[in-house]
Each structure stands twice: as C-alpha cells, then as structure tokens.
Design a protein around this ligand. Structure first.
Ligand SMILES: [Zn+2]
Ligand SMILES: [Zn+2]
Length: 388
C-alpha cells in the first residue's frame, strides 16, 4: 500500500500509451528476471516491483484508480464522486481538470490520440481496419526444468561407486527460435488455449483452470515456431554419462549439472538428478555409514579364544576372539564401513556380533566328553536367582 510511483518504476511518462508501458515492462522484466540474475536479492525485488507496476498500469481500470488516488486498492472506484481532489492525479493528460464531469469522452488523452490516429490513417490511404493490434506478450528467459531419474544399485555398487551411461529423455532450447516459441510471424489465436487464455489442469480428482503459459493468458500469440510447435524447446534423447560416488544410500540425490530440460531464450538448462535405490545384501546390513554382520562361533572358540576369518565388503579380514567371549558380544573393525558421502576421506566402521552355536552331539563319545566337562567344571548359572 506504500505510495509507489508505478510510472517511475517503469520509467515511463504519466501519459504513456499501453504499448509504451508494455515495452518498458518487457525491457525491465528481462533485465531483472531471476533466471538472468540468480541469487540476486536486489534484482528479485526490482523484478517484483516491475511486475506490480505493470499489473496496475496495464489494466485500464486499475490505472485509472492509481491515476486518481495515487495508489491502488481493489475497493477504490475511479468514477466515484468522492475524492474530488483526484483530478490532480490525471493531471499530466488533462491539465489538472477532470473532463469526465462534463460528459466528454472518458479517459482523455488515450482515446483522443487513438481517434487521431484513425483520422491520420484515413487521410493517408490506410483505409478502414488498419488499427494495429496490440503486440502479444513476449516470453521471458526461463531456466529449464530439472529431471529426476531413479537408479537401482547393488550393495557393492553403492559401496564402491559407479560410472555408467543412461538414456535421458530431455529437451533442448529450440535452435530455430532460440526458445522464444515463435519466429516473429503473424499474430494468431493461441492454439494451446484456443484463444480463451485459460487451460484446464487436473490435480488429483480436481479440475481447475490455469492461465495459459503459451500466451500468458491473452489468447493470442505470434504464429508458433514450426520446429518446436511454440514450446521453445525440442525433445532430445541423449546418452548421459553419470558418476555415482561411493557411499550413496537409498534416496541419495546425485546431481548431474545442466542435463535437465532445456532453458528458453538463453537461460540455463535444468539439472539431472539420479535418485539411488540400493539393494539388500545377503548378510550385511547398513545403518548410516556403518555395516553390521552377525557371525556364529563355537563353544570351544568362545571359551578358549581364537582367531577367525570374517567377511567385509572388500574381502576377508581376521578377527581375534578373546577367551571367555559371550554370545551377542560386538567387535568393531575400524574404517571398514561405507565411505562418507560428505567427506570421502572418512569411512564408517564394521560391527561384528558373535553368536555362540550349541555343539551338535553326534556320538556317544561326544556325550561322554560333555559329562566329563560338567564334572570338572561344576557350575550353576541360576545360582544368583536362588535356584538349585
Ligand atoms: Zn522453436
Ligand atoms: Zn494460450
């Protein structure tokens, strides 16, 4: 609601005609467009201001309100008898006098100059109907959309990384119109919206209408470019080389710059994102960058201690089992886990949980050994519970 001077923002005079305002708007919108000034807050603010100014000054009714009151508000009526001082707002055109009160043509300068143009063209053989159609809006540079592609990887591929080629259905800026969508041909009814300025979109079970982006809601545009049918981009199927770094997990997003859809009018293409989905392993599990595995050991191994072989993703490793190891005890192999995605010089650990397996009694002789064992090692593990 601050009293912004929309004429000043667009650098046009107070009596600027519609096409001058449009021209000024296009020039400034291009200059401050966010795709042309990435991460520039000041340019973004300026862009918004220019949009706002154009929104008011390109709409006859809104402009009239602004001219009369010095600011715009939906509730203000430009023809209301209140706010009599408003004549001053339209001052530039009418010399500070509100002619509308005298039943002259409303809107003063605009309509009188266009009727002047009609007279002019009559005089110089333009004949009837040479009134120039207003220019349809020109598209603005626009960064291309990103593309996301899922990719299934094995546990081992996620561990060591992967370089491969994938087929990407993307698009590129049209070489014929440079992404403008037209090559400056005649103005036609917009084929996308059939001139209505609105297109129907389906969102879930709802249908709603949206401003047609091909003609920016005007219903008219220049004859679409024959090469891209007015889309500004042409489809392209491309083999893209991708490098998946070691350490990705399910849901990691790997960015391949500029391999998304093509931009328009010189703006950058979008990016390609590979979304990884890592398969399960037969006996390894993963939490973060750590790897977990459960290994069975025998009663004598646990009781007497030993050295055993354990698996890691990169091959076998030795693990020392100390005498008196309990079932469920965990051992750590440092830096045998996944490489960290954030810092490739760091690695997770591997944790080994041992599980003592009961001996299988296979002969009378084994039984005898166990009876002997019981005799020489009398033990009651339930003693602490007061049980015999
Ligand atoms: Zn084209
Ligand atoms: Zn349209």
């Amino acid at each position: 609601m601050a009293n912004k001077d929309y004429y000043n923002i667009l650098s046009v005079k107070k009596d600027a005609k519609a096409d001058e305002i449009k021209k000024a708007y296009r020039r400034l919108a291009r200059k401050f467009h966010p795709d042309v000034n990435p991460n520039d807050k000041a340019a973004e603010e300026k862009f918004k201001e220019v949009q706002e100014a154009y929104d008011i000054l390109s709409d006859d009714k809104k402009r009239k309100v602004f001219d009369r009151f010095g600011y715009y508000n939906d509730n203000l009526d430009p023809d209301s008898p209140f706010g009599a001082g408003a004549g001053a707002g339209g001052g530039a055109g009418t010399g500070g006098f509100d002619f509308s009160g005298f039943n002259f043509e409303p809107g003063g300068s605009g309509s009188s100059s266009s009727s002047f143009r009609d007279i002019f063209s009559d005089l110089f053989g333009g004949g009837g109907g040479t009134k120039r159609e207003p220019e349809p809006p020109r598209p603005l540079p626009k960064k291309g959309r990103d593309i996301e592609i899922p990719l299934a990887l094995s546990f081992e591929e996620a561990f060591s990384g992967l370089t491969t080629n994938i087929t990407v259905n993307r698009s590129e800026q049209c070489s014929r119109c440079q992404g403008a969508g037209d090559t400056g041909g005649p103005v036609v009814v917009c084929p996308t919206c059939k001139g209505t300025g609105q297109v129907m979109k389906t969102g879930g079970r709802l249908q709603f209408s949206q401003t047609c982006s091909d003609c920016e809601g005007t219903g008219r545009r220049r004859q679409p470019c024959a090469q891209c049918s007015g889309k500004g981009v042409t489809p392209k199927t491309e083999q893209v080389k991708i490098r998946i770094p070691a350490g990705v997990d399910t849901g990691s997003r790997v960015r391949i710059p500029k391999k998304g859809h093509g931009g328009r009018l010189g703006a950058e293409p979008g990016d390609l994102f590979i979304i990884t989905n890592v398969g399960k392993h037969r006996y390894f599990t993963r939490k973060g960058d750590n790897i977990y595995v459960t290994i069975p050991i025998t009663v004598p191994e646990a009781a007497l201690g030993t050295k055993i072989e354990v698996p890691t993703v990169e091959g076998r490793a030795q693990l020392k089992i100390p005498a008196g190891t309990e079932s469920g005890q965990k051992f750590r192999l440092r830096e045998r886990g996944f490489p960290s995605l954030r810092n490739p010089s760091l690695r997770g650990d591997q944790f080994i949980e041992v599980q003592i397996k009961l001996p299988r009694v296979i002969s009378e002789e084994t039984k005898e050994v166990l009876r002997q064992f019981e005799k020489t090692n009398p033990e009651n593990p339930r003693k602490a519970m007061g049980l015999e």
